[in-house]
Write a protein that binds this ligand. Structure first.
Ligand SMILES: Cc1cc2nc3c(=O)[nH]c(=O)nc-3n(C[C@H](O)[C@H](O)[C@H](O)COP(=O)(O)OP(=O)(O)OC[C@H]3O[C@@H](n4cnc5c(N)ncnc54)[C@H](O)[C@@H]3O)c2cc1C
Length: 397
């Protein structure tokens, strides 16, 4: 067993950290205020190969492994505390790799290169106004029509709706088959006739839009079917395995940055004649938080390694083990990151409450992963309960 990174992985990590420390930190406040990631930031990400990075080189990506992508997610979460850039990054990485594995050859050639160049956006649309946890009861439908499909319904709380509408691109959209059983997973361009978009105002991660898409008899060509007809649900679940791992990594990156800020502060800040870090009340909290962050970080890396070793090779034999690892990191990482930032904020005292310190950016961004983005915490607990106790313990039908 070898936990060390290869020299290639170390060089790559240094390059992404440099990008995070310089470009992302410079822009994190303005992208939050202006509601978009500035084009030069995306251009630099494309230059570094960070957009949809697991996509094979033949479609414009860098053919990155899940471990490399997990490392990059961590560095991007560390660079842009608001989480907006991390969300942009991980959606394209997770869902780009699904399209590369399960899309038709025509769709891969058409959709992926502009995403990897930073021209178009690629996201996922599963949540509906009626709920996001209970996907099996969704109402958005697709029916066969001629050579393709017609989609009708509405999705909500989707990341990247304005980016895809304005710049081009679309969402991999989970739809119930109108006739018979099953779900179709379809790439639906957000500029397709019959789609309309609404932006919601969030409390955080403002640099990427969140909103709804309504579909009024939207014609979707057959080449945009992802995976097999009626079997789209498993493709969507496979995509969540990757996206949740990268979400967790981004949260860990933000937590590490907060800890570093906190350690620098408690070394210097003197109260009652000594540095804050000398008081056990603070030092022990640091020890606890550091240990939690390390534990979840290595579980994230293990989850990414399992994706590389099994799932991304089409090997479903370790599905349960991967589901456990991924659900546990998506359950723990946002909570650990949120608590770490909150504790560091407390160490800073009043200074932590100011925007100058930037901790509130992370606070607001990480919160999106606590309330639900990429699956609510209780859904992760239900997956773990199912895997640990057996399917008969799932508390719903
Ligand atoms: C900023 C942001 C961005 C998002 N981006 C996307 C996106 O790009 N694409 C997309 O499809 N969706 C996206 N989502 C939606 C996200 O996937 C949903 O929030 C999530 O699936 C939960 O669905 P819901 O919000 O409708 O909550 P509900 O499903 O209504 O659940 C409400 C609460 O109840 C809990 N709960 C649900 N079932 C149970 C149960 N059986 N037992 C106990 N507790 C339960 C949930 O965990 C949640 O806390 C985004 C959400 C946010 C906040």
């Amino acid at each position: 067993m070898d936990f060390s990174l290869t020299s290639e992985e170390k060089d790559f990590q240094s390059a992404v950290r440099h990008f995070g420390d310089t470009v992302l930190r410079r822009h994190e406040r303005s992208l939050d205020a202006e509601g978009r990631i500035p084009p030069p930031v995306l251009e630099e990400m494309a230059r570094l190969g960070l957009l949809a990075m697991p996509v094979p080189e033949s479609y414009g990506g860098m053919g990155a492994t899940a471990v490399q992508t997990e490392i990059a997610a961590e560095e991007i979460g560390r660079g842009d505390f608001s989480m907006a850039t991390a969300v942009f990054f991980l959606l394209e990485a997770g869902w780009g790799s699904i399209l590369a594995r399960h899309g038709t050859e025509e769709a891969r050639q058409e959709v992926l290169p502009p995403v990897c160049r930073g021209k178009h956006f690629l996201g996922v649309a599963t949540t509906e106004p009626g709920g996001g946890s209970d996907l099996a009861h969704m109402v958005t439908r697709s029916r066969r029509a001629g050579e393709g499909y017609v989609v009708r319904g509405e999705k909500a709380y989707l990341s990247g709706v304005m980016e895809a509408r304005e710049r081009g691109g679309g969402h991999l959209t989970l739809t119930r088959c109108e006739e018979g059983e099953g779900f179709n997973f379809l790439y639906v361009p957000t500029q397709a006739p019959g789609t309309s978009v609404q932006r919601f105002e969030n409390m955080g991660r403002m640099g990427i839009s969140t909103g709804a898409i309504a579909y009024e008899d939207v014609q979707v060509p057959a080449r945009y079917l992802v995976g097999e007809e009626r079997r789209g649900f498993s493709c969507a679940m496979e995509g969540f395995q990757s996206a949740r791992t990268f979400v967790a990594a981004a949260c860990i990156g933000a937590a590490e940055r907060a800890l570093e800020m906190g350690m620098a502060y408690i070394r210097e800040r003197k109260v009652f004649g000594q540095p804050l870090g000398k008081f056990e009340g603070i030092q022990f909290e640091l020890a606890d938080q550091w240990s939690l962050v390390e534990a979840v970080k290595w579980q994230c890396r293990r989850a990414a390694w399992m994706l590389d070793t099994y799932a991304w090779k089409g090997d479903r034999s370790h599905r349960g083990e991967i589901d456990r690892a991924v659900a546990s990191v998506k359950l723990m990482a946002p909570q650990v990151a949120f608590d770490t930032i909150r504790k560091v904020m407390m160490w800073y005292g009043a200074a932590g409450y100011t925007k100058d310190m930037g901790l509130e950016l992370g606070f607001r961004g990480i919160m999106s992963y606590l309330v639900g983005a990429e699956g609510g915490l209780n859904i992760m607990r239900i997956i773990l309960g199912r895997e640990l106790l057996g399917p008969e313990f799932v508390p719903y039908k």
